[in-house]
Design a protein around this ligand. Sequence first.
Ligand code: NAD
Length: 264
Amino acid sequence: MNDSMEQLIGLVGNAERIVVFSGAGISTESGIPDFRGPGGVWEKVDPADFHIDRFLASPENRRRYWLRSVEMYNQILMAQPNAAHRAVVTLERMGKLGAVITQNVDGLHQTAGNSPERVIELHGTTLFVACLSCGHRVRREAFQPLVSAEGDAPGCPECDGLMKPATISFGQMLTPESIERATEETDACDLFLVIGSSLVVYPAAGFPIHATRSGAPLVIVNREDTPHDAYATLVLQETAGEVMERLLEGLGEKQAAVATPLPA
Ligand code: NAD
């Protein structure tokens, strides 16, 4: 086992209240492409198409948005949690998890088995659709069949406002509740573990820095450099699923060693 893995096992082994901060990179091994990694969505799609101003500007833009959005929704519907999501569930069962703060909209932490009340979805969810005027929410599975093959979506059943997937698009505000809860958990954690995020999307990317200012060690597991690497106690530029599996193996060995003291 290399030194970085030993260090990760030590940090997680000693921690009692971990925040896992996940990004699109934790779900690529489940078959959902990320945005900025190699082969990511931004190589094919203009990010400006996902700006809220574009969505509001014209029916034609909204049709394009819905047609693009359903592609990702279908990928998410087919996706299953991977080893990294399952490892985060194990951390919760071990009593070590304060919260998962996720930028993801795929619901895979909850599908894997994390308690929904411990998962803070900073960027909303693709599994619901919400009215931009009155906030009325419906499950996407009930709404999506009402969207025409051309991308025309019906208005809100309550107020006829514009319905949009309940994700936070560029230009939309994060909810005050999600920021407040994420801040509280970040303040209270004794280890902040980033898994699969480029750490360039704000305000989300401010939480790892906030954690270091509150005194928590920062660990970043991401296949590429991030702008926050210099602030981290430990950086592992490796694949999330493999790192998390080896972490659990290492924690298991450590626990077994404690439970079975050597004979005198
Ligand atoms: P990002 O696309 O900017 O960055 C993902 C990072 O993860 C990249 O640096 C990439 O190298 C790394 N990565 C990819 N696969 C990895 C793996 N298996 N192991 C380790 N690292 C891996 O994603 P972001 O930082 O989350 O920010 C972008 C936005 O993308 C978020 O707001 C999120 O809402 C949205 N998004 C979400 C999903 C999803 O819900 N699954 C998918 C795509 C985009």
